[in-house]
Ligand binder design. Structure first.
Ligand code: GLV
Ligand code: MN
Ligand code: MN
Length: 422
């Protein structure tokens, strides 16, 4: 990498990351779900940082925190702005950098631009979304869907595991659920969307590169599979007469794993991440099983083909076992390609810091860019994380890599400014 010393900015990032990581649900793991008291506390902290960076701060009706800096160049009356965002929710027992680092990087980049006396010809807006993981409610990307004008009003009636509706959770948080649909931004006021995010995979680490340019975000869908059998006595119902929902679910899990293995290398990944059964007692044959299913592929065709095959096989398993297997789609996004002009700006910014040909890679993980692409062009900078580990407390990013990432963001913004001199 170049003469640039990443450590001072990287250290500031580390302090902020540690402060955010200390805000968690009441156990020794990092768990910060959407619209919880810890989400509120993290939002307040981010709001303080935004104010300190000179931004005007507001929370929207989806509980996303926004910090805005108007265009700074003398005589510029531009209402147009560049959006820079990531998320502050986590998975259960998650890592401290996923999402949080993107928000921290955005705030630090603005601090750097101001400290260097740079006046831009457009405004900047940092956003901390509250729901990228989609762990609390079955829907996901709620904040980014709201501002990109892509929210389905029925979403308010979805419920979390405790049966609380999104509507009530928003009200308890202090947000107006009925204003969600009016959060949509006007496309002509937005220049583009940038996000810095940890790679969450091994490519940068293996190639010994701190930063990469994202080419596209993989297609994804989430589903709920319900296996309905018949509960009965564990001691009296002969094996041949059972309609065991959990045994059916076990076959479903093995089937989806085989299906994913049968795809082209890295083309398709399928995960069952949650299962609940009822009634759930040692001496009762399970009558009902509910599974979550997450399907991702590098192309829309591969994902659609996998889901179609999966439906067929579910039907076969159900018929053979005498159980009813239903599948419901709760989230579906096509592949989103990053805009060539933003990729070029990011490449040249990273190129100034390191080699002329920064790695270009596709994201298997989902990001708010999937929703933001409905509004505007998107671009993403990936940052190396140790051994590619993410969604785990072992997630780690070095101080130096955080410093490089913030500087790459600053330089990307300057690249974009070269082409936007209003
Ligand atoms: C979020 O991290 C996702 O890809 O599910
Ligand atoms: Mn993330
Ligand atoms: Mn994540």
């Amino acid at each position: 990498m170049s003469e640039f010393d990443p450590h001072p900015i990287g250290e500031r990032a580390r302090t902020m990351i540690e402060a955010l990581a200390s805000i968690s649900a009441g156990d020794d793991r990092l768990t910060r779900l959407y619209l919880t008291p810890e989400h509120k506390q993290a939002s307040e902290l981010v709001g303080e940082w935004m104010s300190r960076a000179g931004l005007s701060v507001r929370m929207d009706s989806a509980a996303s925190m926004h910090g805005r800096l108007p265009a700074g160049r003398a005589g510029s009356r531009s209402a147009r702005r560049l959006l820079i965002a990531s998320h502050i929710d986590t998975v259960v027992d998650g890592g401290r950098y996923d999402g949080s680092f993107g928000v921290v990087a955005g705030i630090l980049a603005i601090e750097e631009l101001r400290a260097r006396g740079i006046a831009l010809p457009f405004g900047l807006e940092i956003i901390a979304f509250g729901d990228e993981e989609g762990v609390r409610f079955p829907k996901t990307l709620i904040g980014s869907s709201a501002i990109s004008g892509n929210i389905d009003p029925s979403i308010l009636e979805t419920t979390d595991h405790a049966g609380e509706t999104l509507r009530n959770a928003l009200l308890d948080f202090g947000c107006d659920p009925d204003a969600l649909h009016s959060e949509a931004y006007r496309a002509d006021e937005i220049i583009g969307y940038l996000e810095v995010h940890i790679e969450q995979g091994p490519i940068l680490d293996q190639s010994d590169e701190p930063l990469g340019v994202v080419t596209a975000i993989a297609a994804q869908s989430r589903h709920r599979i319900r296996v309905s059998g018949e509960a009965g006595h564990a001691g009296t119902v002969p094996m041949a007469l059972r309609r065991d929902a959990l045994a059916g679910a076990a076959e479903v899990i093995t089937m989806v794993e085989q299906l994913a293995h049968s795809g082209h290398r890295d083309e398709l990944v399928i995960t069952v991440g949650e299962i609940s059964i009822s009634p759930g007692a040692v001496n009762v044959i399970p009558g009902d099983a509910l599974l979550s299913l997450d399907v991702r592929a590098k192309s829309d065709e591969a994902r659609a083909h996998a889901v179609a095959t999966l439906r067929e096989r579910l039907h076969q398993i159900g018929a053979r076992r005498g159980v009813v297997i239903g599948i419901e789609t709760v989230h579906e996004k096509s592949v989103v390609v990053c805009a060539p002009w933003l990729r070029a700006a990011i490449s040249s910014a990273i190129g100034e810091l390191g080699g002329p040909k920064p790695p270009q890679l596709m994201s298997g993980a989902g990001h708010d860019g999937l929703a933001m692409a409905h509004l505007t062009d998107i671009g993403m900078i990936f940052v190396r994380c140790r051994a590619g580990i993410s969604h785990s407390p072992l997630e780690h990013v070095s101080v130096a890599d955080m410093g490089y990432a913030v500087e790459a963001l600053v330089r990307t913004i300057l690249e974009i400014a070269k082409g936007n001199s209003e």
